[in-house]
Structures are given as C-alpha cells and as structure tokens.
Design a protein around this ligand. Structure first.
Ligand SMILES: [Zn+2]
Length: 313
C-alpha cells in the first residue's frame, strides 16, 4: 500500500470486509449496519469515529515518498531514483515528469490525487531557504506523520458535522446514543425485525426508542437525577441525549470540567444501555442504585487509566 496505488475494486472489497467485521458475527450472514461508512471513517473532530478510509491511507503513504526523497537525498535508494529518472535537480521534476515508469509511476500519481483534495505538493515538502531545511505541513518533531495527512484528506472529503465525539470509551455506541439511533425495539422494528412489543419493558408506559431508554424512561430519570446530584448540578430535565451533551459542553467556563462531565454522562449512558440489555437478554432486573454504583466505579477506572493528554487537572 505504500508503493502501489490500490485499485478501486480492491478498496471496495476491503471496506466490505471491514464492515462485515464490525457489524456481523458471521461473515456469510446478513447484518444491520447501524452507522454509515462515511461516519465510521470521518475524523473524530467532525463527529466521525475516525477509522479513516483505505484510500486516504494509500495516498498518504505514497505522498510520504515526496518528503523522504528530499530529506533522505543522500541515501542510496534516493540516489538510484535520481539516476533512473534522470532528474535535473529542479524541485518538482521528479513528480512533474509524465514519463516516469516502474514503481515510481505510482508515487508520481499522488500529486494528482492530492490536487483532488486541494492539497498542494509544497504542503507535503517545501524548502525553507532561510534556515536551509525541508519543511512540511504534516510533520511532528521533523517526522512526516501519515496520520496528519490522512486526517486532512478525510476532512476534505467527508464531513459529518455533528460536533466532535468527545469521549472514546465505546465510540460507535456513543455516536448512536448522541444521534438517538441505538438499536431500540422501535429501531429494530423499523429495520424489519419482528419484535413482540415495542413498549418499554422498564416502565411499560412508552414506546422503546433511543432517547426514551437513555433519558425519559423512569429508570433513566432516577439514574440521571442521582448522578447530577452526585456532581452537584441543578438543571432542568432533558428529553434528548444530544441536548444533555450540549448542556455538558457548555456547563462550565473550564473546558476540562466540561470534558469531565461529558465523560461521566457518556459513562452513564453506557451503563443505562448495558442495564437495559441485561434485563432484556438475560432477564436480570437492574435497579437504579445498582446502575449508579456501576457508573461511579467505571468513572474511577476511566479516570485512572485514560491517556494523560485527556486528563483533567
Ligand atoms: Zn421506559
């Protein structure tokens, strides 16, 4: 993938295998895809899961050769390339020469791909004549970062625009909860799956929809009241998950406090969903006090083990 352009047919086949791996227990059986491929591959900064596409990885790996050819110019492989393609020393001659052949022909095609995403070659590598060194928009500590370029390509081609996904304990579930699309009884019914009843089994009052399970059901309300009380937060009750998360993102002027509250609320949503599944699939009735204790225990674990760059002081 770092030397050849991957054919479109092969990319499609690999993406189909990836989708099957994510959503299906058995490869040959049909399954429901709860999140669109676009949402899975879009960067997290715009609300995607951040998997990235195979095409963007392929282009980014190929583009890295532009950087390497300039910065490793004294290496034997670079000298061989210069000799084979009879380069004249001009900055972009190696990529502008349409008569390139062999393996390098694939790498030269990168320039066209990048133009399609509004990325100029000089962003990949350019000469800082004042300091006498090569620079790039996609480096960290003077190392070319394929992931930086890949994210730029994804941002140029896929935009979910649902706000950043703030927490990453269960990213696919978090996205579905935020969009009000978890596999509730009503959602399964809408996908053609036969369900004995779409009425919520916890309260027996309303249809079991995503936001009902997580926010408006009696069980969810008791858990949420308890957790907000634990956080010493007084606010009006919510009716949608996205409203609750919006409140959390604006709760305090301190972004780290908001991040911490977001983490607690995402943890709460996960534990409510997990409690619902234990009741539905294992017949284990979950009390709100049990779910609250699980949320607090989970918060302790997450705070202890989450990455240092994501920690609140
Ligand atoms: Zn209910």
């Amino acid at each position: 993938m770092s030397i050849f352009v991957v054919p479109t047919g092969m990319i499609d086949a690999l993406e189909r295998i990836t989708l099957k791996f994510i959503w299906s227990k058995e490869y040959d059986k049909k399954s429901i895809y709860w999140v669109a491929w676009e949402n899975l591959i879009s960067p997290r900064s715009v609300g995607g899961i951040g998997f990235g596409s195979i095409k963007s990885l392929n282009i980014s790996l190929l583009a890295k050769w532009m950087w390497r050819l300039k910065t490793d110019s004294s290496a034997l492989w670079a000298k061989v390339i210069w000799c084979i393609h009879k380069l004249d020393g001009k900055h972009w001659s190696v990529f502008a020469n349409g008569s390139n052949n062999g393996v390098w022909k694939n790498i030269v095609k990168t320039r066209t791909f990048l133009k399609n995403f509004n990325i100029e070659p000089k962003e990949i590598v350019s000469r800082n004549s004042l300091e006498g060194r090569w620079e790039s928009e996609f480096t960290s500590d003077n190392h070319f970062m394929v992931c930086f370029l890949r994210e730029r390509i994804e941002l140029s081609s896929h935009m979910v625009n649902d706000g950043p996904l703030d927490w990453d304990s269960h990213p696919i579930y978090d996205m579905l909860a935020k969009q009000g699309r978890i596999p509730s009884a009503v959602a399964l019914c809408q996908r053609g799956i036969t369900i004995p009843s779409t009425i919520c089994g916890a309260c027996n009052q309303e249809e079991e929809r995503s936001d009902h399970i997580l926010i408006t059901c009696t069980m969810a309300r008791m858990v949420m009241d308890n957790i907000l009380n634990w956080c010493e937060i007084n606010c009006e009750r919510f009716s949608l998950v996205k409203d609750m998360l919006l409140f959390a993102s604006r709760w305090s002027e301190c972004s780290k406090k908001n991040s911490l509250l977001n983490m607690i609320l995402y943890g709460m949503l996960w534990c409510i969903w997990d409690g619902r599944n234990k009741r539905v699939f294992e017949g284990i009735p979950m009390r709100s006090e049990t779910i609250v204790e699980r949320i607090k225990a989970q918060m302790f674990t997450w705070c202890k083990y989450r990455p240092s760059h994501n920690k609140a002081d």
